[in-house]
Design a protein. Structure first.
Length: 266
């Protein structure tokens, strides 16, 4: 009988509620026992006004910049609620970060005009297909806590950037009981992090539930990160990162977990 790479391994997934199913499936296909611990709650912004104002003058923008699936979903849901449809974007080019974001956009009936070669925001600036000086960019984004590098770089190059809150992400009030039990009983082999915020809120939730000695429950537990920025946060708050995805996607993170569990050099 074929033994799958993650057989007998318990993997803790810290994605937001409602967004973990795809990643869970990828890990289960490798034989893992997956415990989901949502560390993010995605909700509407505290105020829609700025986004509504931008939607009302869509035809003024040259580019729409979308850096996450959440940005796509909340932007287009709000667009529809304002009784406008995607035809209002006919004259606007769309840039997205990551194939997953592009796929979610495609489900809305639109094709991305530009996807940077690396699935990180910094790659968008370095590889943007045209000079942005004098261009008007619309950037629907998380309300607080997002990285500022992308828009600062575009602004420094002469672009007129309009940033608007399209959604917000916060820490859940309570920890999932099954996840807490798995940590307390030291049943977790690897914890996966797909963003810096998941690391931050994981630490908050676990410290609240397990007390000051919470880090002792992570001894001998692998810490797996989806990419460089998430790894920096792991190093800062957890003191280490054991494996980082080579490709900054959920598929890449799955392969990193497989390699780590097999004790291969990554």
């Amino acid at each position: 009988m074929l033994t799958l790479p993650l057989s007998l391994k318990t993997i803790l997934v810290t994605r937001s509620a409602g967004q973990s199913s795809q990643f869970t499936k990828l890990l289960q296909q490798q034989g893992a026992n997956v415990v989901e611990m949502p560390t993010l709650e995605i909700t509407p912004p505290s105020d829609w006004q700025e986004l509504d104002n931008a939607i009302a003058r869509l035809n003024e923008f040259d580019w729409l910049i979308l850096t996450s699936g959440n940005a796509v979903e909340y932007f287009f849901e709000r667009l529809a609620s304002r009784l406008q449809d995607v035809r209002g974007l006919s004259a606007i080019k769309i840039a997205v970060v990551g194939e997953k974001t592009a796929f979610i956009l495609k489900q809305r009936g639109l094709q991305a005009d530009f996807i940077p070669p690396a699935f990180v925001a910094d790659s968008m600036v370095a590889n943007f297909p045209e000079p942005v000086s004098g261009k008007k960019l619309l950037f629907p984004r998380v309300e607080t806590g997002g990285r500022e590098v992308l828009m600062k770089e575009f602004s420094d190059q002469g672009a007129e950037v309009t940033e608007v809150a399209a959604y917000q992400s916060g820490c859940p009030v309570t920890i999932d009981p099954a996840a807490l039990a798995a940590l307390q009983n030291r049943q977790v082999d690897v914890i996966t992090f797909a963003s810096s915020k998941t690391v931050k809120y994981f630490c908050q939730l676990v410290e609240t539930s397990l007390g000051e000695a919470w880090q002792t429950y992570l001894e001998n537990v692998g810490i797996a990160s989806i990419g460089p920025q998430t790894s920096k946060t792991c190093q800062s708050l957890l003191g280490r990162v054991d494996v980082e995805a080579e490709e900054y996607t959920l598929e890449g993170l799955t392969q990193a977990v497989v390699k780590f569990a097999s004790r291969e050099v990554v």
